[in-house]
Design a protein around this ligand. Structure first.
Ligand code: 2RA
Length: 329
């Protein structure tokens, strides 16, 4: 059984790793829990074992086969040491995602890419993963000419602080107090903010460029035309995306629906007659990508509109990482 290390074990994604390893029955020999100095010494009960969290150092990876990095700046510092010790790193940070030497993997889309890793495999950005899972059946069926996506991203995408900020602002508003913001650039309660991460080239944000460039890499189509607008909304968990796809070839909508129904990792929830469509409140804490509002785009010859929702902490981060680890086994 492989020895597994979790770097960032006490954070939101790290904690989710612990749950998902159990849920998916992932075989684990030793489980080493690593975190910053601040969390070192904490004891975590996992599968009847009491495991003490250790501070991550360059020597933390001796005897480890698979190192799951939950994200953050520790990746560039410690992933090379983990690889030197013989571990395969699966990294949730953005550090290696566009490195041509590092595969960027969504198991439902490009599982074969794990084969050419040189020690590090990158886990894509959460909103990218959710979109890629939804695009794959359409890509296989009719080819993709262009994608226009707008996201509605939950506050937990910004970590625990994001949740605390929204909850705190709602509480303060009810009590008639002044609302304060620290994590987000403006008040997020009863509002939305059309800017996630920093502004970059062309006045697009880093999150928007991630959706473009990472998707192109995952599908091995460097020039796939994709344009994104990413928006933070006052939702606690699960990212939603409105996706417009122009296909290369004409395709019957029923065929598209059938392809979604057959595809791994997708649940079709689309019944206008019964007012059924995916919503973030109901998809949270699940592993699938939910697709609804499947419609023809009548403004172009070959176009489809979708409403796609997925739990970004699970499928957008932790579950996708463990699925990559399963491919390694
Ligand atoms: C967000 N995509 O939702 C980011 C987290 N990786 O802010």
């Amino acid at each position: 059984m492989p020895n597994v290390a979790i770097v960032g074990a006490t954070g939101a994604v790290g904690q989710e790793f612990l749950k998902i390893l159990v849920e998916r029955n992932f075989p684990v020999g030793e489980l080493r829990l690593l975190a910053t100095k601040r969390s070192a010494g904490k004891k975590i009960l996992w599968q009847g074992r009491e495991i003490e969290v250790q501070e991550t150092t360059h020597d933390s990876f001796k005897g480890i086969d698979i190192a799951l990095f939950a994200g953050g700046s520790s990746s560039t510092e410690y992933a090379p040491s983990a690889v030197k010790s013989g571990a395969v790193v699966i990294d949730n940070s953005s550090a290696y995602r566009l490195d041509p030497e590092v595969p960027l993997v969504v198991p439902e889309v490009n599982p074969e890419d794990v084969k050419w890793h040189k020690g590090i495999i990158a886990n894509p950005n959460c909103s990218t993963i959710i979109m890629a899972v939804a695009l794959k059946p359409v890509f296989d069926l009719a080819g993709i000419k262009r994608v226009v996506v707008s996201t509605y991203q939950a506050v937990s995408g910004a970590g625990r602080e994001g949740i605390e900020e929204l909850e705190g602002q709602v509480r303060d508003w009810v009590q008639g107090k002044e609302l304060k913001n620290q994590t987000f650039p403006y008040q997020i309660a009863f509002n939305l903010i059309p800017r996630i991460d920093v502004f970059q080239e062309g006045d697009y944000t880093k999150e928007e460029w991630k959706m473009v460039k990472e998707t192109q890499k995952i599908f091995h189509v460097d020039n796939m035309p994709i344009t994104a607008t990413t928006v933070r909304v006052p939702v606690l968990r699960s990212h939603s995306e409105s996706i417009n796809i122009e296909t290369e070839r004409s395709v019957d909508l029923e065929e598209v629906k059938a392809a979604f129904r057959k595809a791994p990792g997708i649940i079709v929830e689309d019944n206008p007659a019964e007012d059924r469509y995916p919503m973030p409140w109901f998809t949270s804490d699940t592993d699938e990508v939910y697709i609804g509002r499947i419609r023809k785009d009548f403004s172009i010859e070959n176009g489809i509109n979708l409403w796609v929702v997925g739990d970004q902490i699970r499928k957008g981060a932790a579950t996708n990482t463990i699925q990559i680890a399963e491919l390694l086994l």
